[in-house]
Design a protein. Structure first.
Length: 133
């Protein structure tokens, strides 16, 4: 999909408000992880594709929000957050939110991880779901 390849957008949600003349497009990126990763309680953003040498989503993303969550083996959402991705990226760039940088040798990528609690504390989580809550 061209939007994902060039702009880090997985889909566009059209939101209708009867007080407005037209729909408002919300650009969304999503990432679903398996349950073993839930213990980390962070979101991850690909920084670099080390295999190709190409810079990745943190440099090209035009998505406004990110849906990030964890799925059971049968595809049931166990936990999910919606974060203000545009502001997260600005704060990462300015060094205003703690983040870590790691390498995933299995897929030869470098990624940034940001604690979900740090995102909550910064007011960047707009929605949260947990099947156990």
């Amino acid at each position: 999909n061209r939007l994902d390849t060039h702009f880090g957008i997985d889909y566009v949600v059209e939101v209708k408000n009867p007080q407005l003349r037209s729909t408002v497009d919300i650009w969304v990126q999503e990432r679903w992880r398996t349950l073993p990763y839930q213990k980390y309680q962070d979101i991850t953003l690909i920084e670099n594709n080390d295999y190709s040498g190409k810079l990745s989503e943190i440099y090209k993303s035009k998505a406004q929000v990110m849906i990030y969550g964890y799925l059971s083996d049968d595809g049931v959402i166990q936990q999910a957050v919606v974060v203000d991705l545009a502001t997260v990226l600005v704060r990462i760039a300015m060094g205003k939110i703690p983040f870590g940088l790691r390498k995933n040798n299995q897929v030869n990528q470098t990624f940034i991880h940001v604690s979900i609690q740090d995102l909550r504390d910064a007011g960047l989580v707009s929605f949260e779901y947990n099947i156990n809550s």
